[in-house]
Each structure stands twice: as structure tokens, then as C-alpha cells.
Design a protein around this ligand. Structure first.
Ligand code: G4P
Length: 524
């Protein structure tokens, strides 16, 4: 195997979107085009009764949702695509954010009837911080939605990212004639049967279609030509470097449901999305290159209790360099422990299979008996490698928690400590009374926490919701414990650092007004 060639074929990305924007539908199209599935409807599986994503936990089955960020690897047009799922809705959690640490690009799917929604914005901000390229797919053009111009302007205004339209819709809803494609210099037609059987027609030097066709009779076509002219003159310039830096998002229009425009999007995406590249380590100036001979990777997620009969866990590893081979020995940097990687897994649309070989850019699952933690680096070779710690994310939801049975304090503490270490939940203690407070970015984290404490540590807990809070950190030097009030509860985080849990934005502003010199900080 030629490692450089294999790495160059990898495209590792996630789809970021608000629930219902069409992530599942577009994933399905990708799987269809790649030949991984033969029939639409198999990914979601709710209707067909067949779960494509593994039903790993009992909660997952009960709720009919996927708790986990699963990974799919498929071939598309000569590329090896690794698509990492980002759970949303009630199953939104820190894992969703951490998944974005393991990808090289993101596809942002937006419902063109709704525009940018809250979850898209949150996930976008994490991608932005990482500086990875973000490709936008404006979905549901088969329905009447908002004006394309408005949607593109919203990207710039709300997300503060420049946008470049790769194509432009000719109408929408019932009047959707097709796409005016700047990038491929052609129009793509929704109704080839009415237009001489043509799916595509080339644009001439003036940016028009030669010849007589039905779609050209519509005023929609002439309006599109005007819009196209406007975009050429007043819009952003296409700039591959700015796309690579995540400063400019290429925008594509289409309909995931009908499949229209999806292949056009995917073809451009695999061309422009980056192959795996160097990754910084804690040792400045010593990044890891994907084509380095030695293997290195980091664990970005641990999924526990996949099989309730065993306490097995799966650690998801993003391979950053080299080649993984079944049965190889690796070292864990944190513990300096040597581990044989015998039982590893790769994820497909509806199966998991043992991995014999994988390269930089791929994501594999390692069966774990407690050797790994989120953020761990694994490596082969003489020289130790260590990737920087994964960022922590500011929780928004909080619960007070205590053991139901005071006689079982010990198992409660043990479970709590391990689940916090694993990154399942964030832990705080109130400053004076040292009560336990747990924080999460999504409600599901609490449920998983409660479920796992009971099932793995035999500890039943009382939880009482504190609702939404705004967590802001303050330095020890600036802190005066008297600053704490009912509107801003003072706590310590897991590292002992002081943090205020504010009631709401109003309370934050009030605090800043009262202590104008105090610096408050959020995590990511
Ligand atoms: P998600 O994974 O982002 O949550 O969204 P998903 O693909 O499940 O799509 C959400 C709903 O939007 C689904 O309808 C889906 O059929 C619809 N949808 C997705 N893409 C398009 C599109 O391009 N055009 C139109 N018109 N609809 C689209 P649903 O009725 O809520 O679900 P289902 O009952 O069809 O499963």
C-alpha cells in the first residue's frame, strides 16, 4: 500500500445542521451514490424498522434515537469518505462538539425555508474556531423557501463568514427549474424530459444557454441571469485558499429529498475538501504528518456499555499519521502503557466490521477495557507523541445531584469520578457547601449519566434541575466570594477554578455593571 496515495484519497468530515434540515436525507444520498445502500430509507430506519445505526444502549432503543456519533466509511468517486455523525435534538451533547475535533471539514446543511437555526450556529462556531473549511448546502429547494439572496446574506450577517455561491437556484418549489451552475459553467435541469432530455446544458461565454428550450421561456430564467450577473459583480470572489482556511464558504443549492443537486455538490466537495494534513502536537514545531511511517492518533469519544452483558466500551480514534494494522502494539502517552490493538472496528452504514488496516484520516473504534480516556494520544515508534488536550465546552444546563442512599456514597463517588473523567458530564461544587452540580450542553447527557451510574455503579441518584445557566469563569485574583448571589452562584470546577453560574444574560450584564474591571470568561 502506498500511504501517501491512500491519505490523499481520504475525506473526513461531519455534517452540521439543526434537526430536520435534512442531514439524514443527504447522508442517504451519499450512501446511494457510493453504492453502500440500494434504497433510500435505510439510514433512518425508523420507518423500515431496521436500525442502520447500531442500537447500542437501552436508552437509545427506548427513545429511537442514536446517542452516539457513529462513523461511516464509504467510497465515493475514488475517494474514501469518512462521515462522522453529529447527533442533534435531545441527543445533543458534548460528544457532538468533540466529534468536530476529529474531522477535516464540515458540511453545513440549511433548510432554505428556515435559514440558520440555533444548533447550526453552535456547531458552526466550533468549526470556525478550528479553522476548517465549511461547505454549505441550502436544502429543500423543491419547496417554497426564503429568497436565495437573503439566505446567502444571512450567512454573512449571522455567522460572519463570507459566502460564495457555487450555483444558484432557478426558481423554487413547484417552479424549481434547476440550477444555474457558476462553478461547472452549465445549467442543471429538474425536468430534462421537457428540455430535449438534457440534464445539463453548457453556458456560453456570455453565461447563457444557447438554443431553444422550454425552461428558457420562463421569466425565472431571465431573472436568474440577472441575479447571476449581480453575483458576479457584487459577490465575493472564488478563493480556494480562503475556503481552505474556513473564511469563505462555498454555497450549493438543491434538494436532498429528490436528490437534485446533491451529486453536483458532492463532486465539488470531494475536490475541494482537504485530505488529512499535519496536526500540531504539544511540542511546538513538531507536528505530525499524515504520511509519517509511525502511527499516531487521538481518542475523541468513548462509548460505553454497547453490550449490557459486558462492560465493554469503544474508544473512537482519529488516526493522524501512519498505518494501523490489526494486532499492532501502541503506547498510550498518558499512562505510558503498551496495548495490543486486536479488536478494532470500522463502521459502515448498517454493519460494523473488523478493521485489518486503516490510515491517517480514518476513524476506528477500539474495544476498551478501561485503558483509554477522551483526549488520549496513542502512538507507535520510539518517540512519544502527545496531541493537545481537547477543548472543554461551556455547559448550559445544570442539575444538583446527590446519592439517594447515603450508605452508597462510595459507589456514587467512584461512578461520578469516572464519568466526569470520561467526559460524559462536567462536575462543579458549590463554593461553600460543596454540593455537587453537574453541567451539560444537552439534556441527554443527564439521562445517560443517571442511567450509567445506576447500571454500572449501582448508584441511584437524586437530581434536581437548575435549568439553563450561563457559566463564566473568573480568576482567583479577581474573585471576592462576596460577589456570589442568588443570581450568580459561585462554584468550583473540576480543576478547582472559580466559576459563576448566572441566571441569565441580564444577570451577567448586571454583574459586569457592578464590577466593570472584572474579567469573565466562557469556555468554547
Ligand atoms: P435531519 O437528519 O437533519 O434531522 O433531517 P432529515 O433528513 O431526517 O429530514 C427531516 C425532514 O425533512 C424529513 O421529513 C425529510 O423527508 C425532509 N426533507 C429532507 N430533505 C428534504 C428536501 O430536500 N425537500 C423536502 N421537501 N423535504 C426534505 P419528515 O416528514 O419529517 O420525515 P420522514 O417522515 O419523511 O422521515
Amino acid at each position: 500500500m502506498n500511504l501517501a496515495q491512500e491519505v490523499a484519497k481520504r475525506r473526513t468530515f461531519a455534517i452540521i445542521s439543526h434537526p430536520d434540515a435534512g442531514k439524514t436525507t443527504i447522508t442517504e444520498q451519499l450512501l446511494l451514490y457510493s453504492g453502500a445502500i440500494r434504497q433510500a430509507g435505510t439510514v433512518k430506519g425508523k420507518k423500515s424498522g431496521k436500525f442502520a445505526k447500531s442500537d447500542w444502549m437501552a436508552i437509545e432503543q427506548q427513545r429511537g434515537i442514536s446517542v452516539t456519533s457513529s462513523v461511516m466509511q464509504v467510497d465515493y468517486d475514488g475517494y474514501q469518505i469518512n462521515l462522522v455523525d453529529t447527533p442533534g435534538h435531545e441527543d445533543f451533547s458534548e460528544d457532538t462538539y468533540r466529534t468536530l475535533m476529529a474531522v477535516d471539514a464540515a458540511v453545513m446543511v440549511i433548510d432554505s425555508g428556515k435559514g440558520i437555526e440555533p444548533q447550526t450556529k453552535k456547531l458552526f462556531q466550533v468549526c470556525r474556531m478550528r479553522g476548517i473549511p465549511i461547505f454549505t448546502f441550502m436544502n429543500k429547494l423543491d419547496r417554497d423557501g426564503r429568497e436565495p439572496m437573503e439566505l446567502v446574506a444571512e450567512l454573512e450577517e449571522v455567522l460572519d463568514i463570507d459566502a460564495y455561491a457555487m450555483n444558484w437556484p432557478m426558481g423554487m418549489g413547484k417552479q424549481f427549474l434547476g440550477l444555474y451552475d457558476f462553478y461547472n459553467k452549465r445549467v442543471e435541469l429538474t425536468h430534462p424530459e421537457e428540455n430535449g432530455g438534457n440534464d445539463f446544458l453548457p453556458l456560453n461565454d456570455e453565461g447563457e444557454v444557447d438554443g431553444e428550450y422550454k425552461f428558457k421561456e420562463s421569466s425565472i430564467y431571465t431573472d436568474t441571469l440577472e441575479n447571476a450577473e449581480l453575483m458576479r459583480e457584487a459577490g465575493n470572489q472564488f478563493d480556494e485558499e480562503r475556503i481552505a482556511e474556513g473564511e469563505l464558504t462555498p454555497v450549493f443549492f438543491g434538494s436532498a429529498l429528490t436528490g437534485f443537486g446533491v451529486q453536483t455538490f458532492l463532486d465539488a466537495f470531494v475536490d475541494f475538501a482537504p485530505a488529512p494534513s499535519e496536526i500540531e502536537t504539544v511540542e511546538e514545531g513538531h507536528p505530525v504528518e499524515p504520511t509519517d511511517k509511525e502511527l499516531s492518533g487521538f481518542i475523541f469519544k468513548i462509548q460505553a456499555n454497547m453490550d449490557p452483558r459486558h462492560r465493554d466500551r469503544i474508544a473512537f480514534v482519529r488516526i493522524c499519521s501512519g498505518t494501523f494494522e490489526e494486532g499492532m502494539d501502541v503506547k498510550v502517552t498518558r499512562t505510558n502503557k503498551k496495548i495490543k490493538l486486536n479488536n478494532t472496528t470500522r463502521f459502515m452504514a448498517d454493519t460494523r466490521e473488523n478493521v485489518k488496516e486503516a490510515v491517517a484520516g480514518d476513524i476506528i473504534g477500539l474495544y476498551d477495557t478501561g485503558n483509554f480516556q477522551i483526549g488520549d494520544t496513542i502512538y507507535t515508534g520510539k518517540d512519544a507523541v502527545e496531541f493537545p488536550p481537547l477543548p472543554q465546552f461551556t455547559p448550559e444546563l445544570f442539575m444538583k445531584v446527590s446519592p439517594k442512599n447515603v450508605m452508597k456514597q462510595k459507589s456514587f463517588h467512584k461512578g461520578m469520578q469516572q464519568l466526569v473523567q470520561e467526559g460524559a458530564i462536567q462536575l462543579y461544587r458549590t463554593w461553600h457547601s460543596e454540593e455537587y452540580i453537574i453541567g451539560a450542553v444537552g439534556q441527554l447527557q443527564f439521562e445517560v449519566f443517571q442511567y450509567r451510574l445506576l447500571n454500572e455503579y449501582n448508584s441511584e441518584v437524586e437530581m434536581s434541575s437548575m435549568g439553563n445557566k450561563i457559566a463564566r469563569w473568573i480568576s482567583e485574583e479577581e474573585l471576592d466570594p462576596k460577589m456570589s448571589s442568588s443570581r450568580n452562584l459561585l462554584c468550583r470546577d473540576i480543576h478547582g477554578k472559580p466559576v459563576f453560574l448566572f441566571e441569565n444574560n441580564f444577570a451577567v450584564n448586571w454583574f459586569q455593571g457592578k464590577y466593570p474591571d472584572v474579567h469573565l470568561e466562557a469556555l468554547l
